[in-house]
Ligand binder design. Structure first.
Ligand SMILES: N[C@@H](CCC(=O)N[C@@H](CS)C(=O)NCC(=O)O)C(=O)O
Length: 596
């Protein structure tokens, strides 16, 4: 059997100059990519899986008795891998991974090379994922390199990424962190003045500014895909495009006033009204076209791409900070029906699904890009749900009904996977890194720290917890493999709690093993103002706030991982939600009072 687990090799990269390559690998090693799930390595290892044998020795410097566990009833990583590969989703993900090495379908945030069909066979419908053609797009034909943010969180990068995908223009990807979550490597800041993302290299010449890049690519590759920008002599469409792009700027301004300004009372009401009126104008603009798209053609245009990258961020942010559910569906009526049809049309496109984040990720990342949002009291309950408080990330999980956000990868017309198996695939493939990453929960905070909390590149893992985290994660992965839905039936969106056998095995090793460590230095616990059943923790030296008790305990390691699963960086939205809920399942077992 072939194994797909990768080792910790970070040296493989496809940079074209040796100096940069060195710096790049150094950067990767240092920052650990702020994520445990993605590997820059292009290798899919075929060797036997090698992982540390669990030990029973106590952690030397740990202040808890549970840094190491005394028993290990979880299947090995090798067994888990075999089990997963025997499932339809597991085997598909493995095959997709191999195809991805060659630049082939399907579109995915991990892809570093994308190749498409020969240009004369290119379908004129960019909503279909193009099939690769071995005869075209050999490496020499890949003229474009896209420099985009590593995590897939930058809306401008997403715009160019989507454009290339929808056009079917072959391209390579180089991932670079945004300032909000990492230090840019020197080779990039030397290459791009100011270090801004995105940037594109076309035939070795560098270009910046997302809209300029799209115009340039449209001129350079007129034969690829459907036209995304109206031709110069189409005055009507050009006028419409200009008007719609101006309206999009108005929408951005209205969104900013509503969410990122600390208004109250009448001023808040006014900005709320302006925002909704602007959206109604957008909805109206969509109403006047034949299909779902802004310029009326049978495929998205530059205007659609410009809007979707903003709308994707507007939707969760107005819900989280203002309690405004723009996709509200009271069974009979949606608030903005044409906007809704347009969103659904985008969500049916594989390339868009591959590039989109989930609500939680956006909420965690947006403040680092746009500044803090201001919450109104009425939004607090919904905000808590999005943040995974109040039991919203617990099993059983109904991925259709429990959330205000859609999981379009589970729609009947998508090539849907079992999201639990997608999550298991990512954990198994990168398990050594995932374990090390989770051990940061009981380690030292990173210095310097970065704005985006999902990233903490300089945090140090507490090695004492390695074995205990490893066992815990194997129980989680086992539960993921045995749980979830195979997507074969419309109504199987419920991820059930693990069966008794799996629970019993996990309890044997983990029940009551959270530890009883004190809060770390400088941290204090406070009841939440609005809901005293909730406790938050405040560090009076750094000002940091967290909902997870900051202790050096095993449960903190798993909570640390849970709170940093980001989309699309680590996995898709439904998979991320399934993993978070399974991590909570194991955290609950660890926190059980009576050790079994
Ligand atoms: N007008 C530029 C805006 C680009 C931009 O603001 N990029 C941000 C990321 S969202 C950036 O690179 N900021 C520096 C950083 O985050 O590292 C474009 O459309 O490309």
């Amino acid at each position: 059997m072939e194994f797909f687990v990768r080792d910790n090799d970070n040296t493989d990269n496809n940079l074209d100059d040796g100096v940069s390559a060195l710096l790049y690998s150094d950067f990767i090693t240092k920052t650990f990519l702020s994520s445990a799930f993605g590997s820059p390595s292009k290798k899919v290892f075929k060797s036997r899986l090698v992982f540390a044998t669990p030990t029973t020795e106590g952690g030397a410097s740990s202040n808890t008795a549970t840094a190491s566990l005394l028993t290990d009833h979880a299947p090995s990583w090798e067994t888990l891998q075999e089990q997963l590969l025997a499932t339809p989703t597991g085997s598909r993900w493995y095959q997709d991974d191999l195809n991805r090495e060659k630049g082939e379908r399907p579109p995915h945030a991990d892809a570093l090379l994308r190749r498409f069909p020969a240009k004369d066979e290119h379908v004129d419908d960019n909503t279909k994922d193009p099939q690769p053609d071995e005869t075209d797009n050999n490496d020499a034909n890949v003229r474009v390199t896209l420099y985009r943010d590593h995590a897939g969180w930058c809306p401008y990068c997403q715009k160019v990424w989507l454009y290339l995908e929808l056009k079917g223009i072959p391209y390579r990807v180089q991932k670079v962190p945004m300032n909000a979550y990492g230090d840019k490597p020197a080779w990039f800041t030397r290459k791009v003045d100011g270090g801004k993302l995105p940037a594109v290299e076309l035939d070795g010449i560098l270009h910046v500014e997302s809209l300029d890049i799209i115009h340039l690519l449209e001129e350079t590759f007129p034969e690829y895909g459907p036209a995304m920008i109206p031709s110069d002599n189409d005055d009507n469409s050009n006028r419409k495009m200009t008007e719609l792009l101006e309206l999009e700027l108005e929408l951005q301004r209205a969104w900013f006033s509503l969410v990122f300004y600390p208004t109250e009372g009448e001023a808040l009401q006014k900005s709320n009204q302006t925002f909704l009126e602007t959206l109604a104008r957008v909805d109206n603009a969509l109403k006047s076209t034949d299909g779902p798209w802004f310029l009326g053609a049978n495929a998205p245009s530059l205007v659609d791409i410009q809007y979707i990258t903003q709308m994707e961020r507007i939707l969760p942010s107005v819900l989280y900070w203002k309690g405004l559910d723009l996709r509200q569906n009271n069974n009979t009526q949606v608030l903005f029906p044409h906007l809704e049809a347009w969103l659904l049309a985008f969500e049916s496109i594989p390339a868009y699904r591959a590039s989109r984040s989930d609500y939680y990720t956006h909420i965690m990342v947006i403040p680092s890009q746009n500044g803090p949002g201001y919450m109104i009291p009425h939004a607090k309950k919904i905000a808590n749900q999005i943040s995974g408080l109040e039991g919203s990330w617990s099993l059983p999980l109904n991925l259709r009904d429990d959330f205000l956000e859609p999981f379009p990868e589970l729609n009947k017309d998508s090539n849907r996977d079992n999201p639990c198996h997608e999550a298991a695939y990512k954990v198994i493939k990168n398990h050594a890194k995932v374990v090390e990453f989770a051990c940061r929960g009981a380690g030292e905070q990173g210095r310097p720290s970065f704005h985006a909390e999902l990233a903490d590149p300089y945090a140090e893992a507490n090695e004492d917890f390695r074995q205990a985290v490893d066992v815990s994660l194997r129980h989680v992965t086992h539960a993921l493999i045995c749980g979830g839905t195979d997507g074969s039936n419309d109504n199987t969106f419920v991820v059930e709690s693990p069966a008794a056998m799996i629970l019993d095995a996990a309890r044997k090793d983990l029940s009551g093993k959270a530890g009883n460590d004190e809060l770390r230095e400088n941290w204090e616990a406070y009841p939440d103002d609005d809901d005293p059943t909730l406790t938050y923790y405040w560090n009076y030296e750094t000002g940091d706030v967290t909902w997870t008790p900051p202790t050096k305990q095993l449960d903190t390691c798993l909570a640390y991982l849970r709170d940093r699963v980001g989309v699309p960086r680590d996995m898709g939205p439904a998979a991320a939600m399934s993993l978070r809920a399974h991590l909570n399942w194991v955290i609950d077992i660890l926190r059980e009072q009576d050790s079994k």
